[in-house]
Design a protein around this ligand. Structure first.
Ligand code: ZN
Length: 479
């Protein structure tokens, strides 16, 4: 029903669909928080009898217990308030964008902050309310830990960006703004993600305003994309990103199907899969050595003056910009940092919703060196703050960090990964991800999973080394 809502639902059906989803959501919450389920969990736990922590049985009970306790802590009235607040905020967010007027959206954000605080209070926390929100999305992580990771990134990225900007003319990317037929872009994208390993027998691609992937079961994992006439807002990269999410869900074993262990470990781990394919594979030189001929065949006139190398470079130009989802790899995490700091301060009561545009402009100048944007390119740019609870942003940066750690480890295990990419032999890499990440479903926390897959918990070292090597070479800089 969610998928249909974002793709083919007629506009008149929006209200009906909201009611249907609320009814089903209410039933699910009721059944999952029932006495009966609590009793079943208890008797199953008695039978567990020393099964090892990483066994299927122990993991099933541990994860179900965690979900159950989380659900129990939220009173049904709060669950309803959350759903209603999101639905009501959406039109005001659209109106505020239309009229470029923060005061239209501000009361909605105030309400969402209050609801987030209420969720945090129900959930419980040791140090800060924001901890509770992070822990909900990324089990085992804390605000403190995320702050440490961001601090390390900031130390590395801010000077890196300054050095790159002094050499901004080394890379030209005008080729991305030429006129590319949308239907042909879709054809190319389909061919590429099929070759990467997205299984169309168990998936499909449709068009929606905001690209997403959605999993109904191991046999049905769908993606969507958007397409414009240029390739700067790239249909291809958005398809690669979403197919990275989808290949994760397609790779979770059938054995876990229809249990609480089916699906991804967290939004951060999910993002590690999409960013792995989008950036570490899709924005790499060997990838373009392999795929550029396919693209040039599809667009011979637009790409007549290009080769694999120039196109690779064009797709990796670093330039501070206002919109997070269009940001290059170097500036992307700074966008997430900005959102994290604002959200954290809102939830912890240090910042009011009225002060958000000002705080936004100040952080944007400090981290990205940009003058103030209009509201649509600023705090109204995406739909994240339209619904509560807040606290979902960190997953994006965690995903980048984990993806680099996974690639480091894959290089150790598989040898010359670049040679595989250049030869178009993507299956060893996918098989490696299946074994390291996908097969575990939701069994482990993000840190546990990263430790198992790579030998270390979540850290910044791999990503910083990767970024320095890649962009140092592209911009002829050394760190
Ligand atoms: Zn994603």
């Amino acid at each position: 029903m969610d998928w249909d809502q974002e793709t083919y639902l007629p506009p008149g059906g929006v209200e009906d669909r909201a009611n249907q989803l609320a009814t089903l959501g209410g039933f699910t919450h009721q059944m999952f928080t029932s006495e009966r389920l609590a009793g079943l969990l208890e008797s199953a736990e008695r039978e567990l009898d020393g099964a090892p922590q990483d066994s299927f049985e122990a993991s099933l009970l541990r994860v179900t217990r965690r979900d159950h306790e989380q659900a129990l802590r939220l009173p049904a009235a709060l669950v309803e308030d959350l759903a209603r607040a999101g639905a009501e905020a959406r039109p005001d967010w659209l109106a505020a964008r239309e009229q470029k007027d923060w005061s239209i959206f501000q009361p909605r954000l105030e309400r969402n902050v209050e609801l987030s605080q209420a969720v945090a209070d129900c959930h419980g926390f040791e140090v800060s309310r924001y901890d509770a929100l992070i822990e909900r999305g990324e089990p085992g992580l804390s605000t403190r830990r995320v702050e440490e990771l961001f601090e390390q990134l900031k130390q590395a990225v801010v000077p890196m960006l300054a050095a790159i900007q002094e050499r901004s003319d080394r890379i030209q990317d005008g080729v991305l703004d030429r006129n590319y037929d949308p239907a042909r872009q879709i054809q190319v994208s389909l061919a590429v993600i099929k070759e990467l390993g997205y299984d169309f027998h168990r998936g499909r691609l449709d068009i929606s305003q905001h690209p997403f992937s959605v999993a109904f079961g191991p046999g049905d994992v769908r993606i969507t994309t958007r397409v414009k006439r240029n390739v700067r807002d790239s249909c291809l990269f958005s398809c690669i990103h979403e197919s990275g999410h989808a290949m994760y869900d397609q790779g979770v074993p059938r054995d876990l199907d229809r249990t609480p262990l089916w699906g991804g470990a967290s939004s951060g781990v999910h993002e590690s899969q999409s960013r792995f394919w989008e950036n570490l594979v899709g924005r790499s030189r060997p990838f373009w050595r392999h795929f550029f001929p396919l693209l040039r065949d599809a667009f011979p006139a637009q790409l007549a003056d290009q080769d694999a190398e120039s196109f690779y470079r064009a797709n990796n130009r670093v330039r501070p910009s206002y919109i997070r989802v269009d940001a290059d790899e170097v500036t992307y995490n700074l966008h997430v940092l900005l959102r994290f700091e604002i959200e954290r301060d809102l939830v912890e009561g240090r910042l009011g919703a009225a002060e958000v545009p000002e705080a936004w402009n100040e952080l944007l100048a400090r981290y990205l060196g940009l003058p103030p944007p209009d509201l649509v390119s600023g705090p109204l740019q995406d739909i994240h703050w339209v619904s509560a609870p807040l606290g979902t942003f960190v997953g994006y940066t965690l995903g980048n960090l984990i993806s680099a750690q996974l690639m480091d480890r894959a290089r150790l295990d598989l040898g010359d990964v670049d040679a595989l990419l250049e030869a178009g032999d993507f299956s060893p890499l996918l098989a490696w991800l299946r074994a390291a990440v996908h097969q575990h479903g939701r069994m482990f926390t993000p840190d546990e999973l990263t430790l198992r897959a790579t030998g270390a918990g979540i850290g910044t070292e791999s990503w910083i080394r990767y970024a320095r090597a890649k962009f140092g070479e592209l911009y002829d800089l050394s760190w």
